[in-house]
Design a protein around this ligand. Structure first.
Ligand SMILES: [Zn+2]
Length: 567
């Protein structure tokens, strides 16, 4: 296990006596501990992480010089490993066109007109307009309808729009989905992409998302509001317009749980009762009295970033036309509100570590004694933190034939802070990749544990979801929950990370990152990649799977071709 030089100085103090030590004036703690016992693989991962998570890269936000430096580093590492460029025009980079939007300070309003009175909520403290990528100056005024969580799932007999007319109205909604939904549908129907699409379909012209008190226990309003000035991004089309936005919703605003009453305490309803109904899955829609007036001012400008793409060509004459796609997002969230004097959000676990693990898996596969039959693509994607944008762009504009993508192996934020015996796979139960993973875990000697917090919906919150929506089965592995040392609660370390350092400046390289476990994760990912690459059949969605049925048409068509190629 790693130990820091600082601790050995303290140890020395106890032996030599405190006074002697004070005279010796020990040097300040050196953060560059060197672990003599680390394996070469663990050391490579540590080295990559220390570079990518350094303050000099300023948090690797998409569209910044810090990110571009990180991308250059990853490209040259892939070259050194012996992988060929597979981006645009024979380069290691794929251009990703973006729009960047920033809120104007105080640039927005939310006024409730009811019973002859006007109530204006305060920008930042009580509400924030969502970034608007379609119009720099947007406003809308209309009657409002509370639509619960804006979920319509006929297969589960859920219709939050029953009995209300949204045409020309502003929808007021909560996040999430009914608690009775299974994990997959809960995750899917919780996404704002689905909710906004449903609102547009029903003719809404604006939306107000109200935070519930349960949500703010996990993500306090103040924490989000203090980063109100942070830019957001969307993909940009050839005409310079934003992709995947909902321009019919002229303004979308968010309201804090503490201010929910101003909107919802009306007509016999109260915000507190509605929060309780949400928890119990009993929300009902109703028209709100009066009208709501919304406005938002946004600065919108073009930006650009890049995915890093490299390929290890397969060795089988037929199968090498197909590709296993490894992905890990290289961006993080950049510079933000200072916390204890530190404004650089380094993103060490999120996701310098995932990229470092992907590079190590690439190294092992490039040196494999039995070179993989299918080709392996390694894509370090940009702008995950802005909404899976780099992965989405790659899924829409793959640099290899679209139906040659047989599977995605994604790595994002493995929380490896105490030595563990296990790994948590996310989303493998949807496809034949479950069997691949079981075998690989056995070979590597690691156990598999179920997702300890399925309610976090991580399956749809990282890059694999962009590929799943393109019909490609995916596997995503994250850190384990069973500590190797008895009496240590690995789950608690994960939860502490999530509440104290996740998306905070404290997610940096000074954390006790377990590089040995990271090396094991790299071996496991490499085994999975090799196994998918060498199998006669490409992976398949399980029959009747929710995501497979919704998105997997491509897979169904292509698997017959894959089978033909092996004959
Ligand atoms: Zn993140």
């Amino acid at each position: 296990m790693r130990h820091s030089p600082f601790r050995s100085v303290v140890g020395l103090c106890l032996i030599v006596t405190l006074a002697a030590c004070q005279r010796a004036a020990p040097p300040p703690p050196a953060p560059d501990g060197y672990d003599e016992s680390a394996g070469a693989d663990a050391r490579r991962i540590e080295s990559d992480l220390r570079f990518l998570a350094d303050d000099l890269l300023e948090g690797r936000e998409a569209g910044t010089r810090g990110y571009d430096l990180a991308a250059l580093y990853v490209a040259e590492r892939l070259r050194a490993i012996g992988l060929r460029p597979a981006g645009d025009d024979g380069r290691y980079f794929q251009r990703v066109p973006l729009l960047r939007a920033k809120r104007v300070d105080g640039g927005g309003s939310l006024v409730i007109h009811r019973d002859g009175a006007a109530t204006a909520l305060k920008f930042r403290e009580q509400f924030l307009p969502q970034l608007n990528f379609d119009r720099g100056d947007a406003r809308v005024s209309a009657a409002a309808v509370f639509v619960g969580q804006a979920v319509r799932a006929p297969e589960l007999q859920q219709d939050d729009f029953a009995g209300v007319d949204l045409r020309g109205k502003i929808a007021v909604l909560f996040h999430g989905a009914p608690p009775r939904f299974d994990t997959d549908r809960h995750a899917f129907y919780s996404s704002f992409r689905e909710k906004f699409a449903a609102l547009v379909e029903r003719g809404a012209i604006g939306a107000v998302i109200v935070s519930t008190d349960d949500e703010e226990k996990r993500q306090p309003w103040a924490r989000g509001a203090e980063n109100w000035a942070r830019p957001g991004m969307r993909l940009r089309d050839a005409d310079g317009r934003a992709l995947d936005t909902f321009p019919q919703l002229q303004v979308i605003a968010q309201v804090s749980a503490a201010s929910a009453g101003a909107l919802l305490d009306a007509g016999g309803h109260t915000a507190a009762a509605l929060f309780r109904d949400a928890r119990e899955g009993k929300l009902r829609s109703f028209a709100l009295p009066g009208t709501i007036e919304l406005s938002a001012q946004t600065r919108i400008e073009p930006a650009e970033s890049r995915n890093v793409v490299a390929v290890l060509p397969g060795t089988d004459a037929a199968l090498k036309r197909e590709h296993v796609l490894f992905s890990a997002h290289l961006d993080h969230i950049g510079i933000g509100a200072p916390v204890q004097g530190d404004a650089i959000y380094n993103g060490a676990l999120d996701n310098a570590l995932g990229v470092a693990i992907m590079l190590e898996a690439a190294q092992q596969l490039a040196r494999s004694k039995t070179p993989p039959k299918r080709s392996l693509l390694f894509v370090a994607v940009t702008a995950e933190e802005k909404g899976l944008l780099g992965a989405e762009w790659y899924a829409r504009h793959p640099t290899v034939p679209r139906d040659s993508l047989v599977a995605n192996v994604n790595m994002d934020m493995p929380v490896l802070l105490v030595p563990t015996r296990d790994v948590v796979p996310i989303g493998v139960e949807h496809s034949s990749l479950q069997a691949v993973l079981d075998r690989a875990a056995d070979e590597v000697g690691v156990s598999l544990s179920p997702d300890p917090s399925p309610q976090e919906s991580v399956f749809i919150r990282s890059d694999q979801f962009a590929f799943i929506r393109a019909g490609v089965p995916a596997v995503y592995l994250t850190g384990g929950v069973k500590a190797r040392q008895s009496g240590v609660d690995a789950g608690k370390h994960q939860r502490d990370f999530l509440s104290e350092r996740y998306h905070q400046p404290g997610d940096d390289a000074t954390q006790p990152i377990q590089y040995g476990d990271a090396a094991r994760l790299a071996r496991l990912n490499a085994r999975i990649g090799q196994s998918i690459a060498d199998a006669p059949q490409r992976p398949r969605w399980n029959a009747g799977d929710f995501f497979g049925e919704r998105f997997g048409g491509l897979d169904a068509r292509a698997s017959s071709r894959g089978a033909a190629a092996t004959r």
